[in-house]
Ligand binder design. Structure first.
Ligand code: FAD
Ligand code: NAP
Ligand code: SF4
Length: 671
């Protein structure tokens, strides 16, 4: 059996000993601005501390008004909030946890009306050009970092993380890309690094020696005009001298066009960049990004790439991550699948974060699974995400649950999703639910395409229909021809498309199909670096290669849609752009505004902009959406069986696994 001795070791920081090597990295969850936000944050962080996180970092708090992210009207600085923060620190300390407040000045990334920056250079991801900070304002900002750190100390925090990466204000001072000043704060490297070092130094002076100061350093900027390796290592050494107790890694500015946290990034795929720091400083360093399994953490720490691992989203997916590692319950970890759908994609549009695989995340005070008052016999039909979520929660509540699944596997469409490059972690969700079904004694019957008659005869108290969807077959002459395949046939390996393929439908599944047909799974950091133009060993500013890397695929693919709107507009905000770039690099043809006329041996006949064309392909793959599969519903209702619809069986339009899993849990909590 695998052991986790490296990541379960303590870490001695001199004045304090951390109980293991698992840190929960900073995440803005939207609770910061919510009603009862501090109570909810206290419950959220306390659950993670109880779940074994040795160190927790809060979402970013600005040291002053100008540095606010500008995400919501109620966004706060530390001033006058000390008592509220005590709710959080007390709750974490009750569970033997340590917590740092993150101090983040957003600089030109601030979304409010008057952002400030070292130089008045607009960011590609903000429509407002920042105002240049005057010299006295720079000095005041440094003081604001120090006074906020002191307030954090008074509020009971165990330290602060100073956000010096991701392209926020400190990064903006460090990089020639954003710092065009000609005074003592800009110009050569010595002047550009001065702001960061003054902040660390002043904070240390304010808080004294026995208190944690973690500096988040960008180990790879991934933008043109970013820092060179020599500059990064020099900054790391100077940060240690200035008073930092730990160095956390940051990967990529937010405006970078290289994916850094999505599923296509190899697991632990940037720990090589943190390794360089470790060799340069004597304080502990922390690796991050795409670390979602204890095996990856153990590997990073045991081979000496870092002293600790930072995981953020995996703590949304499972608040007891480290506790489960300590107790050898690896199979029961609910794994983050890097989808971003219920965390980042929601925060980006001003909503509260939660988690696709764990809808309780950030709702600890709102959703609690209580034992059932009177246990019932309940049938759950369909073992896709909706059925799995419902059956396990019903079992946890003490109901006697029987689950029927027509196929020989649990997981429903998640088994198809897992075939897509970058989505192999989706299998972990199925593994997790399988373990939960066992834990809660759910009677699972595979290969059982159950009928309404059987369900009625069996006399269940309630029936939950989670039977999913039927793929839509568009009404196109020739759609039943031998050269037409359904997406499920292709993804399950039952049918193999030829070298020239037209995909009908460019929704989530159409895009995934394109990636399946032309994409590759990145085997490791080198492979990923090669695809995205990252220099593993060179000294280019920002860690980027200069040449444009193209990987045209051998297969010719046409991705078609009837509407003439932007391709991929329904994809996730934080992931869709990278999927589009990846497909463009591979030479996919995007065919918008298409009217499908017919399919024959010549290929797909379409009309586009009034012109008739033939897409000369050997295979047509249909990804044209879905309709509800609720065959059993009317019969069950007629048989007077209390019947509930969830997931695709309830509503197929715009269905995703987030809705399916959440609906399953919420229903289970009501029955
Ligand atoms: P399903 O997953 O369809 O499960 C229904 C189950 O019911 C099936 O296993 C079926 O065999 C069974 N069943 C049906 N009738 C009976 C019967 N009479 N008796 C017994 N069993 C029966 N969603 C996301 O949120 N993010 C993604 O990134 C994502 N990627 C995807 C990629 C692909 C390629 C595909 C195909 C889907 C993807 N989805 C994604 C969609 C997601 O998988 C679905 O939203 C989700 O699976 C719906 O869950 P469900 O439980 O309602 O239905
Ligand atoms: P979808 O996103 O709704 O897309 C269906 C596509 O089919 C649309 O592009 C539509 O485009 C086309 N279409 C609809 N009716 C048609 C018809 N009669 N003839 C021809 N084309 C037709 O659905 P999906 O791709 O099947 O995905 C299902 C769900 O899975 C989605 O809601 C999504 O949330 C989820 N999913 C998410 C991801 C992800 O990465 N987040 C990935 C995969 C799936 P036109 O009408 O313009 O032709
Ligand atoms: Fe991970 Fe997706 Fe949950 Fe976010 S929503 S924490 S990416 S599983």
């Amino acid at each position: 059996m695998k052991t986790y001795t490296s990541c379960l070791q303590t870490l001695d920081l001199g004045h304090v000993v951390l109980k293991n090597r698992f840190m929960m990295g900073s995440m803005h969850t939207g609770l910061e601005e919510a009603e009862n936000g501090f109570q909810r944050m206290a419950a959220f962080y306390a659950e993670r501390a109880a779940g074994g996180a040795a160190l927790i970092v809060t979402g970013g708090v600005s040291p002053n008004e100008a540095g606010k992210l500008g995400l919501g009207p109620a966004e706060r600085t530390m001033v006058s909030m000390v008592d509220k923060h005590r709710l959080i620190t007390d709750a974490v300390h009750q569970h033997d946890g340590k917590i740092l407040l993150q101090l983040l000045h957003a600089g030109r990334y601030s979304k409010h009306d008057s952002p400030v920056a070292p130089s008045p250079i607009q960011s590609p991801i903000n429509r407002i050009t920042p105002r240049e900070l005057a010299s006295d304002e720079i000095l005041q900002t440094i003081e604001d970092f120090a006074s906020s750190a002191l307030l954090a100390k008074q509020a009971g925090y165990d330290g602060v993380e100073i956000m010096g990466s991701e392209g926020y204000l400190i990064s903006q001072f460090l990089a020639a890309r954003t710092n065009h000043r000609e005074d003592e704060w800009g110009g050569n490297w010595l002047k550009r690094k001065k702001f960061a070092l003054k902040v660390i130094d002043k904070v240390r002076q304010a808080v004294g020696s026995n208190w944690i100061i973690m500096f988040r350093i960008s180990v790879l900027d991934l933008v043109e005009g970013g820092l060179t390796q020599d500059e990064i290592l020099d900054l790391a050494r100077d940060a240690e001298t200035a008073g930092a107790s730990l160095l956390d890694s940051g990967i990529g500015w937010h405006e970078s066009r290289v994916p850094t946290i999505m599923g296509s990034v190899p697991h632990g795929g940037f720990s090589w960049a943190t390794r360089r720091l470790k060799d340069a400083v004597s304080i502990p360093v922390i690796a991050c990004n795409r670390i979602n399994h204890p095996d990856i953490a153990e590997d990073i720490i045991s081979k000496g790439d870092a002293d600790m691992v930072s995981m953020a989203r995996p703590w949304l997916a499972d608040g007891a991550f480290a506790h489960k590692v300590q107790n050898g319950k690896i199979e029961s970890i609910n794994t983050c699948i890097a989808c971003n759908q219920a965390c980042l994609d929601l925060v980006f549009v001003g909503k509260e974060a939660t988690c696709l695989v764990n809808p309780r995340a950030c709702r600890e005070t709102l959703i609690n699974i209580q034992p059932a008052r009177s246990p019932k016999r309940i049938a759950v039909v369909g073992a896709g995400p909706a059925g799995l979520s419902c059956a396990t929660a019903l079992g946890e509540r003490g109901h006697r649950v029987t689950m029927f699944e027509a196929s020989s596997n649990l997981g429903g469409q998640f088994n198809l999703a897992a075939a897509i490059p970058g989505k192999d972690d989706y299998r972990q969700t199925v593994r997790y639910f399988q373990q939960q079904l066992q834990q809660y004694n759910v009677d699972v019957r595979l290969d059982r395409h159950v009928s309404a008659a059987t369900l009625i005869e069996s006399g269940f108290d309630e029936v939950v229909l989670a039977t999913g969807i039927n793929p839509r077959t568009p009404n196109i002459p020739g759609i039943d021809g031998p050269n037409v395949m359904a997406y499920a046939e292709v993804l399950s390996g039952q049918s193999i498309p030829g070298r020239r393929v037209a995909i009908i439908g460019a929704g989530g599944i159409g895009f995934d199909m394109a990636e399946f047909l032309v994409g590759t799974t990145h085997e490791g950091p080198e492979d990923f670096a090669n695809e995205w133009g990252i220099g593993l060993s060179n000294e280019m500013p920002g860690g980027l290669l200069t040449e444009n890397v193209l990987h045209e695929a051998e297969r010719k693919v046409f991705l078609c849609q009837r509407n003439d709107q932007r391709f991929g507009r329904t994809l996730g905000k934080s992931t869709g752009w990278a999927l589009r770039i990846s497909l463009e690099k591979r030479g996919i043809n995007f065919i918008g505004g298409a009217r499908y006329i017919a399919i024959d041996e010549q290929g797909l006949h379409i009309e586009q902009a009034g012109e008739q064309k033939i897409l000369a392909v050997d295979t047509i793959v249909v990804c044209a959406g879905q309709t509800e599969n609720r065959d059993l519903y009317n019969e069950l209702i007629a048989g007077a069986v209390p019947t509930h619809l969830i997931g695709g069986a309830d509503l197929a339009a715009e269905l995703d696994a987030k809705r399916a899993i959440e609906q399953g849990l919420l229903l289970a909590n009501k029955l």
